[in-house]
Design a protein. Structure first.
Lengths: 112, 109
């Protein structure tokens, strides 16, 4: 049973560029959330997708957008990258009947 | 919204010593979850507490939820090198987790 998988694991981008990160949830999970974790900080909620719709959004600008596909996988897109977007981006999945969130290994994004 | 503060930010102990991290809120929490993140890893769920005064144990780990549901603690007895990592408390809302800043535990073998 595969857990949450994310790709790529590492990425280096230049300021102003755009990036797409991908996530496949744990088998049986239909809800995907994205988090940004800056170095030395706790994960910060970006948004959550359920039934292919954004259900809730954290305090992130419109440069951050997402999508969920019919197979429950999800993408996180970030436009006009800033140096401050450098962070570990975590995808988490869960089903509403479960208590715990399962996190992927994350994508380490570096903006130079 | 519900927010949680964690202390201390860092803790260094000798192997075999005990370790405690605290999670505090100014408002009543509906639940509290604890996660562990190893260096270079991702958060891994440890436990959820929902009842006032609840105490749960997992081997050397003891989790408590305060009577007023405004604070929680994680206590590790006789730390081992495998306990190294950052411990986060988090509150689970309907659609999101709100994390504390975490307590980073390092251990001198």
């Amino acid at each position: 049973d595969a857990g949450v998988t994310q790709s790529p694991t590492h990425l280096i981008k230049t300021r102003g560029q755009q990036v797409t990160l991908r996530c496949s949830p744990k088998s049986g999970h239909d809800t995907v959330s994205w988090y940004q974790q800056a170095l030395g900080q706790g994960p910060q909620f970006i948004f959550q997708y359920y039934e292919e719709e954004e259900r809730q959004r954290g305090n992130f600008p419109d440069r951050f957008s997402g999508h969920q596909f019919p197979n429950y996988s999800s993408e996180l897109n970030v436009n006009a990258l800033l140096l401050g977007d450098s962070a570990l981006y975590l995808c988490a999945s869960f089903s509403y009947v479960n208590t715990e969130a399962f996190f992927g290994q994350g994508t380490r994004l570096t903006v130079v | 919204g519900q927010q949680v503060m964690q202390i201390p930010q860092y803790q260094h102990v000798q192997e075999g010593e005990d370790f405690t991290t605290y999670c505090n809120s100014s408002t009543t929490l509906s639940n509290i979850q604890w996660y562990k993140q190893r260096p270079g890893g991702h958060p891994v769920f440890l436990i959820q507490l929902v009842k006032s005064g609840e105490v749960k144990k997992q081997k050397r780990l003891t989790f408590q939820f305060g009577e007023a549901k405004k604070n929680s603690s994680l206590h590790i007895t006789a730390t081992q090198t495998t306990d190294v990592g950052t411990y986060f408390c988090a509150v689970r809302g309907a659609q999101k987790l709100v994390f504390g800043q975490g307590t980073r535990l390092t251990i001198n073998p």
